[in-house]
Design a protein around this ligand. Structure first.
Ligand code: 8YV
Length: 323
């Protein structure tokens, strides 16, 4: 039997591409752009395995293929809400993700965003670069203190826990958590956190609210106009999870009418297209989905995809199977 044919939808770090090519008959998309639905459909007919990323919307329409050759989708990333679970199951596809390896870097970036928005780092840098800074003054660009404040975390999986640990041990923050399922008391104790039962109980008591739950239809607009109204007027929201978790129009309104202090966002509902009000607003810090964007982590993600691919084609249960 020849080598399984594997299609990689985006460019990967060199070391991982080389390792992949040693074992598999690999084809890489070299176009530096996301694939179209038609191209994704073609790939499903042509290759034994596809290794997609968050930019490949493998929705019900794309997965509506009569007899795909593809049996395995190895997602490069932990979030897989861009893959329609029902359709993938109907086609008998095995789907894996890359948990764990990106938790630290995503948590680091979350803390960075929290500091940036509270300490007005983006605004300050823009002012300085535009030549408008007229010098130090006691009331110039004063922000909000982070140390010792209360951080609310929505979703206490691996990334949420890494954020809680950093916030508690590094900044003496008081961490409160909302998670759909029960959390072990050990995990909570490790970061001095306590759990509350409802979002509506969590939100009003936070100075900072950070999102770490999955995206997809079940969490779409979990943070809507009503929940934004529960936030304190000087509280900040941070999103390194998925764009669709926040209703961006409601968020833009809440920022505009001063019902919240600011927002720091790494993910967007229609990325890479960004809501114009969020772009114009001085109280936002906006990053282009950089959560896992370090060489170390992107390599680790790639190697983790390959481990899952090896498991599958060598007849083992893939270690990170999600579907
Ligand atoms: C990835 C992410 O870079 O892993 C995730 O869920 O959000 C990012 O860190 C992206 O998903 C790549 O597919």
């Amino acid at each position: 039997m020849g080598k399984p044919s594997v299609f990689v939808t985006r460019r990967w770090p060199n070391a991982v591409e080389s390792r992949l090519s040693e074992t598999y008959d690999t084809t890489f998309n070299r176009q530096d752009r996301a694939l179209t639905p038609t191209e994704l459909k073609e790939a499903l007919i042509k290759y034994d395995a596809i290794l997609p990323t968050v930019t490949d919307s493998l929705n019900a329409e794309v997965l509506d293929v009569a007899s795909p050759k593809t049996r395995f989708l190895g997602n490069f990333g932990v979030g897989y809400s861009h893959i329609c679970e029902e359709s993938a199951r109907a086609l008998g596809l095995t789907v894996t993700n890359t948990p764990g390896v990106l938790s630290e870097c995503t948590a680091d970036l979350t803390i960075m965003l929290m500091l940036m928005v509270a300490r007005r780092a983006g605004e300050g840098e823009r002012e300085l670069r535009s030549g408008k800074w007229s010098g130090w003054a006691p009331t110039h660009m004063v922000g909000t203190k982070v140390s010792g404040k209360r951080l609310g975390i929505i979703g206490f999986g691996r990334i949420g826990q890494e954020v809680a640990r950093r916030a508690h041990h590094g900044f003496g923050m008081n961490v409160v958590v909302y998670n759909r399922s029960a959390i072990s008391s050990k995990a909570l104790a490790e970061c001095g956190a306590r759990q509350v039962d409802t979002l509506d109980e969590l939100i009003p008591q936070c100075d900072f609210l950070s999102l770490h739950c999955p995206g997809g239809s079940s969490n779409r607009h979990l943070i809507n106009a009503e929940r934004l109204r529960l936030m304190n007027r000087d509280a900040y929201i941070i999103n390194t999870a998925r764009g669709e978790v926040i209703d961006e129009f409601a968020l833009a309104e809440a920022l505009e009418d001063g019902s919240i202090g600011g927002a720091a966002l790494d993910v967007f509902e229609g990325e890479p297209i960004i809501n114009a009000s969020l772009l114009e607003c001085g109280k936002t810090v906006l990053l282009p989905h950089l959560g896992s964007a370090t060489l170390e982590t992107r390599q680790a993600m790639g190697f983790r995809v390959i481990e899952n691919l090896d498991d599958f084609f060598e007849g083992r249960e893939p270690r990170d199977r999600v579907i």
